[in-house]
Design a protein around this ligand. Structure first.
Ligand code: FES
Length: 65
């Protein structure tokens, strides 16, 4: 299966993020950013609001419930 990179700047994939969220029971974006360093460069991958031109297909905020 092709890996989807959610955070292009830090090269962090969807499956890596889902694994951390699952293993650590992460419920908020701030903790996810601290643990993975995703979203620490251009920040467009954090949420649709941080990505006004829709340059990312998927955002960290959409992985949490
Ligand atoms: S794509 Fe995640 S910080 Fe730039």
């Amino acid at each position: 299966m092709e890996e989807i990179e959610v955070c292009i700047c830090k090269r962090i994939t969807l499956s890596e993020l889902l694994e951390v969220i699952d293993n650590e029971g992460i419920k908020d974006i701030q903790t996810l950013i601290e643990k993975t360093k995703a979203g620490t460069v251009c920040k467009m991958c954090i949420s649709p609001e941080d990505d006004p031109y829709g340059e990312r297909d998927i955002h960290l905020s959409e992985l949490l419930r």
